[in-house]
Design a protein around this ligand. Structure first.
Ligand code: ZN
Length: 290
């Protein structure tokens, strides 16, 4: 399992990936309804994203850790441990050494000042909380957790009933502890240098988050893209996307923004280094891991 850390500098910020787990066994045809193997002939390097027999893609689940101005800021918090997820074996009752990996880069839970959540899906909010004496408590006792209003509204609606357990064990305890900050649907600035950009479609409240320091930009995409294949095929939505047209519109906006800003792009599920740059190519886009 590739969990080695690599640290990037964007202006004055240090950014490091800390892995929660890897999700194996997804077929490209399951992940992308519009899957067409012709992409692999056109872009042979993308074959490297498939496992040895060429049948499955792997998704990484990780947190981006930002050290900046003496503060520690996390983007998304993975799947978490001990969580009952009867709807998917991929997420059910995991036990990963995520906190040990955080400690290995010198960070204790009490050091974290802010947790910025791109959205409130099961694989992005898990380490918001941990089980202590039978109770779900915020993992990061001194952090403010920023969460999108649109996803809180979803959990409050009948449509959110099937995932209410995620809210109950990973979101509600943070709110109950008085540690939540709600980001409205229009997004906006947070702290100095962070900006929440509405990128709905994958889910109603989805936000991508940029960080600008000394003229350099990092772009945390969340789930606007799941693999580099979608950089070359921005019209491909994942099976997890809720609103198909919105998801495509958000993806094109994000890719244009990434090119314009020459951003270090830091998706939530890419494997390899999980980081790279987007460029224009042949009227579309191209991806380069860095
Ligand atoms: Zn995700």
């Amino acid at each position: 399992m590739d969990t080695k850390t690599k640290t990037y500098r964007v202006g004055d910020a240090r950014i490091t990936r800390v892995t929660d787990t890897l999700l194996h066994g997804l077929t490209p045809t399951y992940l992308y309804g519009d899957w067409d193997a012709g992409l692999l002939n056109e872009q042979p390097r993308l074959r490297g994203l498939l496992d040895d027999n060429g049948e499955h893609v792997t998704l990484s689940v990780h947190t981006w850790v930002i050290e900046w101005g003496g503060q520690v800021i996390l983007i998304d918090t993975g799947i978490g441990n001990h969580k009952a997820r009867p709807f998917s074996a991929l997420f059910h009752q995991l036990q990963t050494p995520f906190l040990e990996r955080l400690a290995a880069i010198g960070i204790q839970p009490a050091d974290v000042a802010h947790v910025l959540l791109t959205h409130l899906h099961v694989d992005h909010v898990g380490w918001n909380t941990r089980l202590v004496d039978g109770q779900w408590l915020p993992t990061f006792p001194n952090a403010r957790y920023v969460m999108p209003q649109g996803d809180l509204d979803f959990f409050a609606s009948p449509a959110g009933e099937g995932r209410r357990m995620v809210y109950d064990d990973s979101v509600a305890p943070v709110i109950a502890a008085g540690q939540s900050v709600v980001m409205g649907g229009d997004g906006g600035a947070y702290l100095e240098g962070f900006h929440f950009h509405p990128t709905p479609g994958h889910c109603a409240g989805h936000m991508s988050i940029s960080l600008t320091s000394r003229g350099e930009t990092a772009l945390f995409t969340g789930d606007v893209v799941h693999t580099p294949m979608q950089i070359y095929r921005p019209q491909w939505n994942s099976v997890f996307c809720a609103d198909q047209d919105q998801a495509r519109t958000s993806r094109r906006w994000l890719l244009d923004f990434a090119v314009e800003q020459d951003a270090l792009v830091l998706p939530a599920h890419f494997t390899d280094t999980s980081a790279g740059r987007v460029t224009h190519q042949d009227g579309g886009f191209a991806w380069q891991f860095v």
